[in-house]
Write a protein that binds this ligand. Structure first.
Ligand code: MOS
Length: 731
């Protein structure tokens, strides 16, 4: 089905099943330990254990590998290095190779896998693999590397061919002439995903066919990349990923656990399972690159922005890409004269890649502090300053309108609900015992992306509905919203729908990433259900145009039949996908919100505590208010992490991330987050898709870090532009 417009009504608008706060279908399975995660597929016989040996240098060449002692160790079945693996290719979404040799591109890049009868034997033998390196000179210092880094285009690496600097009007002149200006630099550090479930895979070969049970967000991408890496036809690869314990962007791609399990299983002639140990993840997999950002704002005395520039620099391995931190600044506020640019340095640190609103989150962490600073310079309330500079069109392409943009309403409603009028604009005025108390605000803003998504729907002879799609549920609630969608379309409760996800033998869906999963995958299910409804109506001899599906019945004119009757002559199956025409080019599809945060900073120790948080979001139709709220409070929690705690410490001598475990890479826990409230405005975006829905997951993260920083400034009068805001930075 090609989506042109959802103007008018469709069966989803009934909102009998969709739009209800439905508990997550997978919840009991997950909380009781019954959901089989990748490492826990217990019904695979004869599984051996793999353990990866990671490079102990960041850059250089392997001069020799001695595997003799490992091969002779108890229980060892096979040892695989690049020398034994045959020629490997590279997946489209991988920057660095997943098996090093002879060159090493980054610290902890896999150099070998040891397969043994038990996990302990594999790990012990892995320690016996002797690798000698000729260590090369690496580049590990972002500040240094940015001095000579070239400009890069919008979304790709240095060769993306896009125009490197976005300009509208004459920024420099307008900025020079502005009566009020800000010119400030902001730093965000490297981040690691820190998802609960580590990357894990079980590989099993049947002849030349490979099955991988793996923890992965994007089944179709990853199936392709496994095939490219192992130089085999895509049809011979099957990925199965029904339950995923968090991804955060770290599992958008195929990583070494999958490839080394496949190579190990081939050598061992047995299925092999590998989970990346926690201390391996920060350096073996991908991370969010650090940024150095400069923001310049010029405004008239009445608060109208006349000049806005955002420049960001980040680093990555050769052929990698930038952290696209300027992307939201292109669209968020009006201003006639604009300039956005990115620089990309080559660094020999582990691979930089997508993590939790890649680009948008760190970009908004800088921009939304800058807006707070500028409001103060203007003597304006920061809510009023943002409202003053709202735009209903793309500031770079004024003919392009937002399909919906309720930023102003989010800010106003948030201010009312939060008690913003209680805030003292002058910092350091409010005390609660030893705590200095402050409030901060930031806009939230994340685009919505349309992407093709397919599904198959079956009506069984017993009247039950089954959905099959390779869509994933990374803890977001996909099972539930897909059941709700099919339930609404077929006129049955969500409980009557069986949802099967995460298997590459099912039709290829949008996958989970970039907050595109919910709206696109359900739109694909909608498309398949439209076809299935036609088949049902046809079987019953009903006119499908006026057929109404509700309560397990199909009604047309004065005739009624049950779904069961329709299926009695044999089950019905329909498969379709949603795809998008030029509508998405005509309208800018985005989601908006406003974050309000109250913090306390301890006057004697400098410890920061979040006291309460509120997000007001406008993101199209909310398919399930309960799972959507969970997405947003999770994202707000990540925002607190990025504001106050999260930082990979770089060893600039040897080129690796030092704090590679959850003892030293700190993330917020429940006790750090006392009170969160989420409000969704009532919206339905008929320019987006037939569900009239958009994404919410990453919206909840974009901006919230800056709201925390702004609250800390309001509490203490200290403006910290270098995340995370740890207590040493008050000194
Ligand atoms: Mo998200 S960083 O696109 O999984």
């Amino acid at each position: 089905m090609k989506f042109e417009t959802a103007a008018g009504t469709n069966p989803i608008d009934q909102m009998k099943v969709v739009g209800r706060a439905h508990d997550r279908i997978d919840g009991p399975l997950k909380t009781s330990g019954l959901a089989p995660y990748a490492y826990e597929q217990h019904d695979i016989p004869n599984v051996a254990y793999g353990h990866i040996v990671g490079s102990s240098v960041a850059k250089g060449r392997i001069s020799s590998i001695d595997t003799a002692a490992a091969k002779a160790a108890p229980g060892v079945i096979a040892v695989v290095t690049a020398a034994d693996a045959g020629k490997l290719g590279k997946g489209k979404n991988n920057t660095a190779k997943l098996l090093a040799g002879p060159d090493v591109d980054h610290y902890h890049q896999a150099v070998a896998v040891v397969v043994a009868e038990t996990f302990e034997q594999a790990r012990a033998a892995a320690a016996l693999v002797r690798v000698d390196y000729a260590r090369g000179k690496g580049r590990f210092d972002l500040t240094e590397a940015l001095k000579t880094a070239p400009l890069v285009g919008g979304s790709g690496g240095p060769n993306s061919g896009e125009q490197a600097v976005d300009r509208v009007g004459k920024f420099e002149e307008a900025f020079a002439a502005a009566p009020v200006k800000l010119d400030a630099e902001y730093h965000t550090p490297d981040h690691t995903h820190a998802m609960m479930e580590p990357h894990a895979s079980i590989a099993s070969w049947t002849g030349d066919e490979l099955t991988l049970w793996t923890s992965n967000q994007m089944i179709a991408w990853s199936k392709r990349d496994v095939a490219l890496t192992l130089n085999m036809p895509e049809e011979k690869v099957r990925l199965i990923s029904p339950y995923i314990g968090g991804g955060f962007g770290g599992k958008l791609f195929v990583r070494a656990d999958a490839i080394m399990a496949a190579l190990g299983a081939k050598a061992a002639k047995r299925p092999v399972k590998i989970a990346l140990p926690r201390p391996f993840i920060a350096n073996n997999t991908t991370h969010r690159p650090a940024t150095h950002q400069r923001i310049r704002l010029g405004a008239k005395k009445d608060g109208t922005i006349t000049a806005i520039a955002h420049e960001s620099g980040s680093g990555d391995l050769p052929d990698g890409g930038p952290e696209t931190a300027v992307s939201q600044t292109k669209l968020l506020y009006a201003g006639e004269n604009r300039m956005m640019a990115m620089r990309l340095a080559v660094l020999d640190l582990p691979e930089g890649n997508a993590m939790r609103a890649p680009g948008e989150a760190p970009g908004m962490m800088a921009l939304e502090i800058a807006m707070d600073e500028m409001a103060e310079k203007l003597g304006m309330d920061p809510v009023a300053f943002r409202i003053k500079n709202d735009t209903q069109v793309d500031p770079e392409k004024p003919e392009r309108k937002f399909s919906q943009r309720q930023l102003v309403r989010c800010l106003r409603e948030g201010a009312d609900r939060f008690g913003w009028n209680q805030r003292n604009a002058k910092p350091m005025q409010v005390r609660d015992g030893p705590w200095m108390v402050g409030m901060g605000v930031a806009s939230a803003f994340r685009n919505h992306i349309n992407t093709k998504s397919a599904a198959r729907v079956r009506l069984g002879r017993d009247g039950t509905v089954t959905v099959e799609t390779d869509m994933t549920d990374i803890g977001t609630g996909t099972y539930t919203i897909i059941a709700q969608t099919a339930g609404e379309m077929m006129g049955v409760p969500a409980e009557a729908v069986t949802v099967k996800l995460g298997d590459s033998s099912f039709p290829a869906a949008a996958g989970s990433g970039g907050q595109w999963g919910a709206a696109n995958s359900t739109a694909g299910v909608y498309a398949a259900c439209v076809k299935l409804r036609d088949q049902v109506a046809q079987r019953l001899g009903f006119n499908s145009a006026d057929a109404v599906f509700e309560s397990g019945q199909v009604k047309s004119g004065n005739r009624t039949a049950s779904l069961k009757e329709a299926a009695a002559a044999g089950e019905l199956t329909a498969e379709d996908h949603i795809e998008f025409g030029k509508l998405g080019d005509e309208w800018q599809l985005s989601t908006f919100g406003a974050h309000f945060v109250e913090v306390g900073v301890h006057a004697y120790t400098g410890v920061s505590r979040i006291r309460r948080m509120l997000a007001v979001c406008a993101a199209g139709r909310i398919l399930n208010p309960k799972s959507a709220r969970s997405q947003v409070i999770g994202a707000m929690t990540m925002g607190v992490g990025s504001a106050l705690m999260e930082e990979l410490a770089v060893d600039r001598r040897f080129g690796f991330f030092v704090n590679h475990d959850l003892a030293s890479y700190e993330v917020p826990v429940h006790a750090d987050i006392p009170h969160q409230e989420v409000v969704f405005l009532d919206e339905a975006d008929d320019k987006a898709n037939p569900m009239k829905a958009k994404g919410v997951g990453e919206l909840g993260l974009c901006g919230v870090g800056a709201a925390v920083a702004n609250a800390i400034y309001n509490a203490t009068g200290v403006r910290i532009r270098d995340y995370p805001i740890t207590l040493d930075k008050y000194l």
